[in-house]
Design a binder for this molecule. Structure first.
Ligand SMILES: Nc1ncnc2c1ncn2[C@@H]1O[C@H](COP(=O)(O)OP(=O)(O)OP(=O)(O)O)[C@@H](O)[C@H]1O
Length: 202
C-alpha cells in the first residue's frame, strides 16, 4: 500500500497568455481512486498538470496531501508523483535501455528486460530512439509506469498513439495501481472503458 491517502486541489486559477484558466478548479482524489479530467481542446488540461507540478505559477489555489496544505507543493509532489505529459520525455541520444537506466539507475537490467517484454519491445532494447515509431516511443515512455513506485500518477493523454492491445494493457496497469492504493489523475479525450473514475469537467 502507498503512503498518500488523499490529494486535494482547491480553487486553482492560472493565467495563460491573455486568459485565466481552470476557473477555481477543486477536487479531491483518495487512495484507490482515478480522477478523469476532460474538456475541449485548449480547456486547460495540460495547464493543470503544469501548475500542479510548479511548472506554471498558480494565481490562486492550494494543494493538500493527506489533508495538509503543502507549503512547497512542487517539491512535495515531485517526490511522490510520476508525470507523463504529451511529450515522451526521453533522450533521443540514448538507446531504449539507456533511457530506462537513466530514469531508474537503481533498477537491475533484468527488470527492464521483463518490462520491455511485457510491452512487446524486447527487439528494440538496444535501438536508437529515431528507429522507433510514434507508438513504440510512447511504449518506452509508459514503461516508467511499470517500473515506478510513486503513489500518484499524473497522466496527460496517456493513450495517444497506442494500439488497442496497449490501451488494454495500460488500463490493466492502472487498475493494478489503484488496487494497490495509488492515485491517478488522468486527462484524456478517450473514455476509460473498464475502470471506475470520478469525472472532472473543465
Ligand atoms: N505557452 C503558452 N503561452 C500562452 N498560452 C498558452 C501556452 N500554451 C498553451 N496556451 C493556451 O492555454 C490554453 C490551455 O492550453 P492547454 O494545453 O492546457 O489545453 P488542453 O486542455 O490540454 O488542450 P488539448 O486537449 O488540446 O491538449 C489554450 O488556450 C492555449 O492556447
Amino acid at each position: 500500500m502507498y503512503s498518500v491517502a488523499s490529494l486535494t486541489i482547491s480553487d486553482f486559477l492560472v493565467e495563460r497568455g491573455e486568459s485565466d484558466l481552470l476557473n477555481g478548479l477543486s477536487f479531491s482524489a483518495r487512495s484507490g481512486e482515478i480522477v478523469h479530467i476532460s474538456g475541449a481542446n485548449g480547456a486547460g488540461k495540460s495547464t493543470f498538470f503544469k501548475a500542479l507540478l510548479g511548472l506554471l505559477p498558480l494565481l490562486n489555489g492550494t494543494i493538500s496531501l493527506n489533508g495538509e496544505v503543502l507549503v512547497r507543493p512542487a517539491q512535495s509532489l515531485l517526490s511522490k508523483s510520476l508525470y507523463i505529459g504529451h511529450g515522451v520525455g526521453l533522450n533521443a541520444a540514448l538507446t531504449v535501455m539507456e533511457n530506462l537506466s537513466w530514469y531508474f539507475p537503481e533498477c537491475h537490467i533484468s527488470r527492464f528486460q521483463l518490462v520491455l517484454k511485457e510491452l512487446s519491445m524486447s527487439a528494440f532494447a538496444e535501438a536508437q530512439l529515431q528507429q522507433l515509431s510514434a507508438g513504440q516511443l510512447r511504449r518506452v515512455a509508459l514503461a516508467r509506469l511499470w517500473l515506478s513506485d510513486k503513489p500518484i500518477w499524473l497522466l496527460d493523454e496517456p493513450f495517444t498513439a497506442l494500439d488497442q492491445t496497449l490501451i488494454s494493457q495500460l488500463e490493466a496497469k492502472m487498475a493494478d495501481h489503484i488496487s494497490a492504493g495509488g492515485i491517478i489523475i488522468l486527462a484524456s479525450h478517450l473514455p476509460l472503458k473498464s475502470l471506475p473514475f470520478q469525472r472532472v469537467e473543465l
